[in-house]
Design a protein around this ligand. Sequence first.
Ligand code: GLU
Length: 488
Amino acid sequence: MTIRVRFAPSPTGYLHIGNIRTALFNYLFARHNQGTFILRIEDTDVERSRKEYADAILKDLKLLGMDWDEGPFYQSERLSIYQEHLEKLEKQGKTYLCYCSQDELKARRKEALALKQPAKYDGRCRTLSNEEKKRRIDQGIKPTVRFRVDETEPIIVHDLIRGEVRFDPQEIGDFVIMRPDPRGGDAFMPTFHMSVCIDDGLMGITHVIRGDDHLSNSPRHVLLFKAFGYQVPQFAHLSLIHGPGGEPLSKRFGAVTIPEFVDDRGYLPEAFCNYLALLGWSPKDNREIFSFKELIEAFDIANMTHHPAIFSEDKLIWVNMEHLKNLSPEDYLTRALEFLRSNHFYIKNEEMIKPVLLGIQQNIHRFDDLPKVLAFLNDVNFRARLQEQVMAGAGNEVFDILKEGRPVVLAAKSVLEKVGSQGEALLNELISEVQKITPEKGKKLYLPIRAAITAEAHGMELKKVFELLDKETLFSRFEYTTHLTTTK
Ligand code: GLU
């Protein structure tokens, strides 16, 4: 059997961690089994779907390296297909028109919940008299089309992660498959249940891998597949992703978009995918770091778990660091420079910062560390940063260091003019001269010097800083710092 899977997002918002993980599992499953990965945009909710979101979905998949084999198919372009399928069901006597208004349905649902009864539709429009229908039409009610659930036996959903899940048909009730087009006119629009089953059937989908918020929809889908005469696919419902404290994934992470992770925070796409794959899948040997190719090779649906997956950005950072360390120097430099450029970081001389970038390859968490680490190279950044720190006043680490270490900074400024070397030698000479003037040593000596010329309390080794900044720059920085801190 050739495996055919699909990713079927609704373009009603940007993709977030939850749905991109669904895409990834479909993708890995298809590629591992030499199957077909189909992209289908489920845009029949005309009020909430937007082209901008649909376009962003395609871009996000490309950004993460998930290429699709067929599609994108847009459901909004397939309306006549759903209409034809409706006729098939009508011919079988499986549908009827329902004239209950939204308000009535809501009130009944509320009542049922209060009585702790299943909030299913009671089927009252199955036997609506013609007069009553007419009365409702005259009231301006547009009917929906419901699918009859006449099943008496439990409906079984075969789920590769959860095993056999049984549903009591009594609790399902006749469900809506077509509703009036909210834009007006007499046309019907398919509901999600209808379009998803028709397309899965027509596209020959063998496995439906999706979030477990859809598990309760699956018995309805099993009934529809059977009514249309389509093979019922196998299901795999992925457990939801929870936040670090076990709470449902909060807005903080639940709404972060893929470009925010990759383009702004600077995660490597393959590291991001690697981490997402671990949310719901446990590789046999507990290995955690995989290249994209290795993920495809290792992925096995049998090792998926139904326990809720916990999203932790700390873990994501760790995975990202491991990937960063494994990049070849050329690849790392290309990507780091590209990140800096696309984030409008001013680079005067690429050749000069390449060794700096390589020097921190093993330490950075993600690419958005780079502008921070490199900021001191540029005088404008340096001055802005120093002003920010000094304005923050007492309690700010750099402010306190500069205040306490003022004698060291003044001494450094005065001896800098007299010493003759450069780079690391200059630093050594400077230190020994300053020590002749002030009694400080160790941190009390190095920290004020670092703060005075980088506006930071931490960063790359001081000798590297001295190699990167020439003597005039160093001098003007000592001068600027002593000037800015005079009155503080
Ligand atoms: N359009 C549905 C969603 O975004 C997809 C459901 C499915 O995969 O069957 O939730």
